[in-house]
Design a protein around this ligand. Structure first.
Ligand code: FAD
Length: 431
């Protein structure tokens, strides 16, 4: 008999809740992963860098497991097919995995638990990718928070050493199931192309975190951690990172709490996928002008800070947070294009794409989200540039022709667009 440890968005072999519990179960552990065709079929870009990132992480895990005489078992297909195959291949007592809070994941896990249950195989799940989940940080009356500041206050008041303790997986490495290596399918075998690799490192310097509050708003600087892709795929541990944040910088810790806030919102209010958190915002008469949307995507709006961000995103899969806010505000307020269009475009392009944070960020910018910017606050891209990129170093990097005649004039005049946004929003919200 063996147990399986099913990896999903937790692609590491250290400080891992499900793996720890599996290794302590007393039965040999087979680590498994599914290249889930339900997810892969929605990815349009066959050279999607996220697949390369995942593949690299699996290869690293495979090397570590081989050193322990074991192997990762990777399946390409649906989770249902994967478990059918594994059930006929191994004598399985239980499957261990970590919680996943997205609607698709919840439905997938319910189906897998049922499929396994029919064969008397237990399905154990654990909290791993956040410090607090589900109903752990709620108001005194048990309701979920919808405003960040009181949520973060409660979050911090509940934090003690216990939640930050690492799961010492290393101690139990001899409990992996011993078997010869099973090759991981190549990217081509699962229908994708290899891509370039310049992914950010997973261990930013302490000095960067220590000064984070002073540097984080300036896109020309390397002033943020670039850990988002690692947090997304679990190649770093949130416990180790939060412990570091608590020591080094309160503002940085707050950003990690924003991440949990949006995950918690998605858990309690799954309607935010596809609908405004505040329902009345779905009455807004978006203009949804397709040509204007294309100019925004391509980074040709004539607003250099917006264009720099959109070009950075297209070229690298990353955009600085300050610029994400400006670009999202520009799309929803200046162009009056439905936040869902912007959300979907970011979802395709962002290396760190995460349903909860992306949806939260977009609804924040559009004003439709919980604890969002008030709708009448319309970012002025020119003033934002003066504050956060005053030497235009970031802009010049991505829009080198900014001072030349070939660079387009602003596609809308800020004041005109601002008035129009206030009218259209005002009309929808007054009803
Ligand atoms: P740092 O500034 O170093 O922050 C550290 C970590 O804290 C980040 O890696 C991230 O996990 C978390 N974090 C920071 N800011 C936020 C925030 N506002 N909301 C939630 N978590 C945060 N973040 C994603 O991880 N995936 C997304 O798909 C995503 N989409 C966004 C869309 C919009 C419109 C906006 C305004 C923000 C979005 N963010 C998203 C949040 C934020 O922009 C990124 O997390 C951040 O830019 C990543 O860079 P970093 O790792 O250097 O962050």
């Amino acid at each position: 008999k063996v147990v399986l440890c099913w990896f999903r968005r937790d692609l590491r072999l250290h400080d891992h809740a499900a793996l720890y519990h599996a290794l302590r179960s007393g039965l040999p552990v087979v680590p498994v992963f599914v290249f889930d065709t339900h997810i892969l079929r929605d990815l349009e870009d066959k050279a999607d860098r996220r697949l390369q990132f995942i593949h690299d992480a699996l290869i690293r895990m495979q090397q570590e497991l081989q050193a322990a005489g074991s192997t990762l078992h990777v399946f390409h297909g649906t989770p249902e097919e994967a478990f059918q195959a594994w059930v006929s291949h191994y004598d399985i007592a239980a499957v261990y995995t970590n919680h996943d809070y997205e609607p698709y994941a919840r439905q997938r896990d319910t189906a897998v638990a049922k499929q396994l249950g029919e064969q008397n195989i237990a399905f154990h799940t654990y909290k791993d990718q956040v410090i607090f989940d589900k109903g752990e940080v709620v108001k005194d009356n048990g309701e979920p928070y919808t405003v960040f500041t009181p949520y973060s206050r409660k979050w911090k008041s509940r934090l003690d050493g216990f939640q930050l303790k690492s799961y010492l997986v290393e101690k139990y490495k001899q409990h992996f199931h011993r078997q010869p290596p099973i090759p991981i399918p190549t990217l081509r075998e699962i229908g994708f192309e290899p891509t370039e690799r310049n992914f950010p490192p997973d261990d930013p310097e302490d000095a960067l975190i220590r000064h984070y509050d002073q540097t984080r708003d300036f896109p020309a600087q390397q002033g943020t951690s670039r850990l988002s892709v690692h947090l997304r795929f679990g190649t770093v541990s949130i416990r180790q990172l939060a412990a570091k944040a608590r020591q080094l910088n309160e503002t940085f810790l707050n950003e990690l709490i924003w991440r949990e806030f949006y995950q918690m919102i998605l858990w309690h209010f799954p309607h935010v996928v596809g609908e405004s958190f505040k329902k009345e915002y779905d009455r807004i008469q978006w203009r949804n002008h397709e040509k204007e949307f294309e100019r925004w995507c391509a980074g040709n709006t004539g607003y250099p800070i917006v264009d720099a961000g959109m070009r950075e995103l297209k070229a690298t899969g990353f955009m600085h947070n300050r610029v994400r806010m400006i670009a999202a505000s520009f799309l929803t307020k200046h162009l009056l294009i439905d936040w869902r269009w912007g959300e979907a475009y970011f979802a395709k392009k962002l290396l760190d794409y995460d349903l909860a944070s992306n949806n939260g960020g977009w609804q924040w910018a559009a004003g439709s989200g919980c604890d969002a910017a008030p709708y009448f606050r319309v970012f002025n891209p020119t003033l934002q540039t003066q504050r956060f990129d005053k030497d235009m170093a970031y802009i010049r990097k991505w829009v080198p022709e900014v001072d030349e005649l070939t660079y387009p004039a602003p596609m809308v005049v800020h004041e005109v667009a601002r008035k129009r946004a206030l009218e259209v929003y005002g009309k929808a919200l007054k009803k």
